[in-house]
Design a protein around this ligand. Structure first.
Ligand SMILES: Nc1ncnc2c1ncn2[C@@H]1O[C@H](COP(=O)(O)OP(=O)(O)OP(=O)(O)O)[C@@H](O)[C@H]1O
Length: 420
């Protein structure tokens, strides 16, 4: 392989253009350039240009010290692609690898990511997503990380208690909304204030993955790119008082038929994601039930409004609560950073009315125009159910005679981005 110098025509942003790399696949030399904003090269078939935001990193080959490879995030196909190059000397390959890492992932030196991997959430894909997608991307980026697998149901609380969590700049959950809920609740309980110095990421390996979808990490690769590129924004969280116990949630609190069904679905965990459908089908054959409660919420003008009513279900959402197909939207007007809670109150006279509301929810959240639905924005809600004192908080079940819910605006730094 021959080393060829290229006369530098670089502008002030250009970092490197001093070698011709060899692309062995096409057996040609490639005119590779690296600037602060992009990397580009040519081969026989096309000219490749990737902006720095798409470069995950670079890595020396373990078998050939003159060879390096670059990982690129392809946003259209949402896949990572690796390109291999050969240089004239090992020093040169090392130098290039470091430069690509430096310029594609700035300010990463002091990062230390803790990864909380829930192996049982959703379709049990966390381990394979970590092994096949997340770990390779972390290795290309050079970001320091430590992975912890939740070995038993209460693992997260014990982990938070035993850790010096301040050593982590970021914590990433691989699981569903429940995994993140348990994490931030325990952090708030055992290390008050520590959340201010940590950014939180999420990879969608749970059942519903509502938070991942909302923060622009609908697929694992999108989430990984957000995490590695350290895209952050401030979001709201929900503070929930369950008697004297304080828990934090990112997505929603639900009560009524919704929490009743989720509680029942826990008995069918062996059915995987089908458990919710199974619980729903069973309920269709049972007699109709109403859920009576006193509900208080704060109006726009700060007055306390009280309803003593028979509900079918109540949802207090912090964001839209979308599904993967983007057609089911529970609280369509909610935004994760608007400092408000969206309160959805549903009252149906029977199963057919309820099915109609569900159907409209799945039709891009068009249930808000239904006469069975009342929808308000508020900052505080309190529920005192007369029976069925079971609540669903981010998918986790809690029993209590009352529940108090409050929004904590912009109190968490998410690794991701919103589309609004
Ligand atoms: N090793 C384990 N064995 C049994 N349960 C576990 C283990 N690790 C975590 N858990 C439990 O997993 C639950 C959280 O699951 P999570 O919400 O992340 O997934 P999911 O329910 O499939 O997804 P989603 O919340 O998106 O519907 C918690 O109740 C936690 O106690």
């Amino acid at each position: 392989m021959e080393r060829t110098s290229i006369e530098s025509q670089a502008d002030e942003n250009q970092i490197f253009q001093e070698e011709v790399w060899t692309d062995h696949q096409h057996n040609i030399n490639t005119d590779l350039k690296l600037t602060k904003f992009a990397i580009s090269w040519k081969n026989t078939s096309k000219c490749h240009v990737y902006e720095a935001a798409k470069i995950i990193g670079a890595k020396l080959s373990p078998n050939d010290p003159t060879s390096t490879s670059i990982m690129i995030y392809k946003s259209v196909s949402r896949r990572f692609k690796i390109y291999h190059f050969w240089l004239s000397t090992a020093d040169s390959a090392k130098n290039w690898t470091e430069q690509i890492r430096t310029y594609s992932n700035t300010h990463q030196e002091n990062r230390h990511i803790a990864i909380i991997l829930n192996p049982i959430s959703g379709t049990k894909s966390s381990r394979s997503v970590f092994r096949n997608e997340f770990q390779p991307a972390l290795n290309y980026s050079g970001v320091n990380y430590t992975m912890f697998e939740t070995a038993y149901p209460n693992f997260i609380e014990d982990w938070v208690k035993s850790q010096d969590v301040k050593q982590y700049t970021d914590i990433v959950c691989m699981g569903g909304d429940g995994t993140m809920h348990l994490l931030i609740t325990a952090l708030n309980k055992y290390h008050e204030g520590v959340m201010d110095s940590i950014s939180f990421g999420m990879l969608p390996t749970g059942t519903r993955n509502a938070l991942s979808i909302e923060i622009g990490s609908k697929t694992a690769t999108q989430g990984i790119a957000n995490i590695i590129k350290r895209r952050t924004f401030k979001g709201d969280i929900i503070k929930v008082m369950i008697e004297s116990n304080c828990v934090l949630a990112t997505t929603a609190v639900a009560w009524g038929i919704v929490s009743d069904l989720c509680e029942e679905a826990q008995h069918y965990r062996f059915l995987g994601t089908f458990r919710y459908t199974a619980a729903g089908i069973k309920r269709v054959w049972q007699s109709w039930k109403v859920y009576s409660s006193i509900l208080h919420y704060e109006s726009k003008s700060g007055d306390l409004i009280t309803h003593d009513d028979d509900f079918t279900y109540v949802v207090i959402g912090n964001h839209r609560i979308l599904n993967t197909a983007n057609n089911e939207i529970m609280t369509p007007k909610a935004r994760i950073n608007d400092g408000m809670l969206d309160l959805l109150m549903v009252r149906c006279g029977g199963k057919w009315e309820l099915l109609r509301v569900f159907q409209k929810t799945m039709n891009f959240g068009s249930h808000l125009d239904s006469e069975n639905v009342r929808y308000v924005k508020t900052k505080q809600v309190m529920l005192e159910p007369k029976h069925t004192q079971v609540f669903n908080v981010d998918g986790e079940m809690y029993h209590s005679p009352t529940i108090q819910i409050q929004i904590l605006p912009k109190s968490i730094s998410y690794l991701g981005q919103t589309d609004y």
